[in-house]
Design a protein around this ligand. Structure first.
Ligand SMILES: N[C@@H](CCC(=O)N[C@@H](CS)C(=O)NCC(=O)O)C(=O)O
Length: 303
């Protein structure tokens, strides 16, 4: 068979996309989250949020962004801050629950996690996981945050904000094009794989000279970075461990393993988790005893 002449595209090459003058959107683009993605903000339906008995109400899901906050709350409780007791409610983002009026009132950006602190009047809403970590650290006497005026605080906040800026390249960039996009686009996968490898190297070099990101102590910077880059380092995100050769980042591996052993981390990972092993799923958390009695495996026995 003759090869096509060099100036014609191969038969299975889609025609090049020419953007129109004004973007219209194409809801049937086949992407994984096409049913919840939309170009406008605000509520799509009326729905009140549930409220429990504790001052802190968390509306979340056990994605990397959600896990940051449940780990933080479990760490605060482990440090003896009884005021950090919380009710955690799952928000099923694949079903569009983040667009309910109650949720939008707590987070106008319609993304988990969102926190409502009812210990003050009026109640305080906090959204964006980094802001929630900082809010909780300050609320509980500077827990897991180096003191004001100490150079380690600047280092901690630098890594905290690094995570906020970096992770969208990992999730929205690499993860999206490597796993979720309807077609594998070499240009996009290459671009974001390169950036994610660079980020892994940034972390690895820092952790070669420092036990934790801000120095000798575990802080909110580690709590923010671990759910994303620790999971990636263990091949748990996007099934991309081999593709990104994550085993090469050995200081990152050491840090990831150390943090994974913390009991508060092991508890926090299970809160608002609605997939995976039944024993790893605690859909709602209202009390410390729920870890022993209300995971999905335990509830199944009682049914
Ligand atoms: N920068 C935000 C990102 C939050 C975020 O992207 N949350 C995702 C889940 S991990 C979400 O709620 N997605 C639902 C949507 O985009 O509609 C944060 O750190 O809190």
């Amino acid at each position: 068979m003759n090869a096509p002449p060099p100036d014609l595209p191969a038969p299975d090459t889609p025609p090049p996309y020419v953007p129109p003058k004004v973007w219209q959107g194409n809801r049937a683009n086949g992407g994984r989250f096409a049913n919840i993605n939309r170009p406008t903000a605000g509520a799509t339906h009326e729905r009140e949020l549930p409220q429990g008995r504790h001052p802190l109400q968390l509306y979340s899901l056990a994605t990397p962004n959600g896990v940051k906050v449940t780990v933080m709350l479990e760490e605060l409780l482990a440090l003896g801050h009884a005021g950090a007791e919380y009710d955690a409610w799952p928000v099923r983002i694949n079903d569009g629950e983040q667009f309910g009026s109650g949720f939008v009132a707590v987070n106008p950006n319609s993304k988990i996690p969102a926190l409502l602190d009812r210990s003050t009047t009026p109640a305080v809403r906090v959204f964006e996981s980094g802001a929630i970590l900082l809010y909780l650290a300050e609320k509980f006497g500077g827990a897991l945050l180096p003191p004001q005026g100490d150079a380690r605080r600047a280092e901690c906040l630098s890594w905290l904000f690094w995570q906020m800026g970096a992770a969208p390249y990992l999730g929205g960039g690499f993860g999206h094009f490597y796993v979720y996009a309807p077609q594998k686009i070499e240009y996009a996968i290459d671009r974001y794989a390169m950036e994610v490898k660079r980020q892994l190297d940034v972390l690895d070099r820092r952790l070669a000279t420092s036990a934790y990101l801000a120095g000798d102590d575990y802080t909110i910077a580690d709590i923010a970075v671990w759910p994303w880059y620790g999971a990636l380092a263990k091949g748990l995100l996007y099934d991309a461990g081999e593709f990104l050769a994550v085993h090469e980042y050995r200081h990152l591996q050491r840090w990831t393993d150390t943090i994974a052993q913390r009991p508060a981390v092991q508890r926090g990972r299970r809160v608002n988790r609605t997939w995976g092993q039944p024993a790893s799923q605690l859909h709602e958390r209202h009390d410390a005893s729920d870890f022993d009695t209300r995971t999905q495996d335990k509830l199944a026995v009682g049914r």
